[in-house]
Design a protein around this ligand. Structure first.
Ligand SMILES: Nc1ncnc2c1ncn2[C@@H]1O[C@H](COP(=O)(O)OP(=O)(O)OP(=O)(O)O)[C@@H](O)[C@H]1O
Ligand SMILES: [Mg+2]
Length: 187
């Protein structure tokens, strides 16, 4: 199973990706997590990414695309994967198409989660308190939500046109949402 999970900041992509990864026995790959790991360990990649993440800006496509390409070519991704946080703009959709064509591993489905703005703001505020992510400042959050609406949300139409979009309500019990996703994917 090769999946994307998409949706606005705070909708629960990471949480649901982990449950899907367990269910289908595939790795959950989050570009945000990869950047955070590198930032924490002060690698050259992390130092470069930090210039953008802290401002709530996208890391340049060239860098992000390369990371995804390398990660999807790793051994544990042979039997499938779930990608969280990528693609986020039209150029990344094109890059992903090229990567998957080269690997000969087409995408199966795109899970789109959604929730009302109020719910998202509440969850992000709660996460900011618990996790202390350096990019969960009000300014960076606002910037990320704006970029999502402008650049990422329109991408759902591309996958809908390809007949791959699976839309699920992101509000409810975590287990219930995950059961809904799996039921739709297996239908
Ligand atoms: N596909 C991408 N392209 C460019 N930059 C990215 C990409 N994915 C992650 N990043 C960078 O990493 C940061 C954190 O990403 P991440 O997906 O974890 O956060 P998010 O947008 O708050 O979503 P979530 O609420 O699901 O954690 C982004 O703000 C951006 O700077
Ligand atoms: Mg996340």
């Amino acid at each position: 199973m090769r999946l994307l999970i998409m949706g606005p900041q705070g909708v629960g992509k990471g949480t649901q990706a982990a449950l899907l990864a367990e269910h289908y026995n595939i790795p959950a790959i989050s570009t945000g997590d990869i950047f955070r790991y590198n930032i924490k360990n002060k690698t050259p990649l992390g130092l470069e990414a930090l210039k953008y993440t802290d401002k709530g800006e996208l890391v340049p496509d060239e860098l992000t695309n390369k990371i995804v390409k390398d990660r999807l070519a790793q051994d544990d991704a042979k039997n499938g994967w779930i990608l969280d946080g990528y693609p986020r703009n039209a150029a990344q959709v094109e890059a992903l198409d090229a990567i998957l064509a080269e690997l000969g591993t087409p995408l199966d489905k795109v899970v789109a989660l959604d929730a009302d703005h109020d719910v998202l703001m509440e969850r992000i505020a709660k996460r900011a308190k618990i996790e202390g992510r350096s990019d969960d400042t009000p300014e960076a959050i606002a910037k990320r939500l704006e970029t999502y609406a402008k650049e990422t949300a329109p991408l759902l139409g591309i996958y809908r046109d390809r007949g791959q979009l699976v839309e699920v309500d992101g509000v409810g019990e975590i287990k219930e949402i995950s059961a809904n996703i799996i039921a739709k994917l297996d239908a």
